[in-house]
Design a protein around this ligand. Structure first.
Ligand SMILES: *[C@@H]1O[C@H](CO)[C@@H](O)[C@H](O)[C@H]1NC(C)=O
Ligand SMILES: [Ca+2]
Length: 330
């Protein structure tokens, strides 16, 4: 009886595991989760030419058979991919396989952002997407704009929740608006790198697998995060003066337990909000940066012009004065 039961349950789970159309299957990490095909993007990326069902692309994004390249290792590129289907669940997990790589040894950038937002498809300054966004962003920031001012190194992963009022401050690597963050050496990692963003019962957990061990390592965990339903998943990346290839291999979205209909409906109308920000640090102004060459040139030019004018004026005044003095004499 017992044997029979375990046999049939084994047969059942094998059937579930091998059936490509069953929603519930183990993810690569051995967790049984319910995959949402309409939000996921896996090889082969079927579609005619550049179009893939349920997904939009912007900017420099290129689709090849093995990866989706948001930016190439070329300066000043911006690219993004956006899921067209709004999310009707409030407990979910997204797992992304990605690769950030390039020729730069010490200088590379800028990084990428994973979005759950109301504002898809709007190119902008935050790793290729809109600032003052509404929703959640997880930044994978490779370049330390404010080097030496952080108590962390880069590459750095951090999360930000925004109701549209906050601006992501690139110059400070977003450290004044982050909920939490961790270092992760995902760049030029030889094994495939993965990130998991798990949002369950108002708790956000970000984990990474950058050693290809098929084992999640928790990056950070933040409770008291409230996100509405009906937002969109997306990923964007940007290069500036510095560059890197930002490639996505797969996006898998899983439905987690607890998505009761009433709660999902109620969730639609809340605004994104986070109870806990990273401990506040004083907003220390940067020491004024050294003058650039051009600025120095103009400052010198204007100082010299000023001196010449002042000199001429002085000389003219002196002459006039002398003339007047002479006139008075005669
Ligand atoms: C938006 O967020 C800011 C900063 O967290 C907060 O001060 C403001 O009250 C929020 N606005 C709304 C409409 O929730
Ligand atoms: Ca940065």
């Amino acid at each position: 009886m017992r044997l029979k039961y375990s046999l049939s349950s084994t047969v059942l789970s094998v059937l579930i595991a091998i059936s490509p159309w069953s929603g519930s299957r183990a993810d690569e990490y051995g967790n049984r989760q319910f995959v949402k095909k309409e939000h996921s993007l896996v090889k082969p990326y079927q579609g005619s030419g550049m179009s893939i069902p349920n997904w939009d692309f912007t900017g420099s994004t290129m689709v090849s058979s093995n990866y989706i390249r948001l930016t190439a290792d070329v300066q000043s590129q911006q690219g993004s991919i956006w899921n067209k289907v709004p999310v009707h669940m409030y407990n979910w997990e997204v797992q992304i396989n990605f690769k950030v790589h390039g020729h730069g040894k010490d200088l590379f950038g800028d990084g990428m952002a994973i979005w759950y937002t109301k504002d898809p498809l709007q190119p902008g300054p935050v790793f290729g997407s809109k600032d003052h966004f509404q929703g959640l962003a997880v930044f994978l920031d490779t370049y330390a704009n404010q080097n030496g001012h952080h108590n962390h190194a880069h590459p750095y992963i951090s999360a930000m929740v925004n109701n549209g009022s906050l601006s992501y401050d690139h110059d400070r690597d977003g450290t004044h608006t982050e909920l939490a963050g961790c270092e992760a050496k995902f760049r030029n990692s030889e094994p495939e790198t993965s990130i998991s963003i798990r949002y369950e019962q108002d708790t956000l957990v970000v984990s990474t697998d950058i050693l290809g061990k098929k084992e999640w390592k928790e990056c950070f965990r933040v409770s008291g995060v409230r996100l509405p339903t009906k937002y969109h998943f997306g990923i964007s990346a940007a290069t500036g003066e510095l560059s890197d290839n930002h490639d996505i291999t797969s996006i898998k979205v899983f439905e987690l337990d607890g998505n009761e209909y009433a709660e999902v409906e109620r969730r639609e109308f809340i605004t994104p909000q986070a109870d806990h920000f990273a401990p506040h640090r004083d907003h220390v102004d940067d020491p004024s940066p050294g003058m650039s060459g051009t600025k120095f040139f103009f400052v010198m030019l204007f100082s010299m012009l000023f001196l010449v004018c002042a000199g001429l004026g002085g000389f003219y005044y002196y002459k006039k004065h002398q003339e007047n003095a002479r006139k008075r004499f005669y």
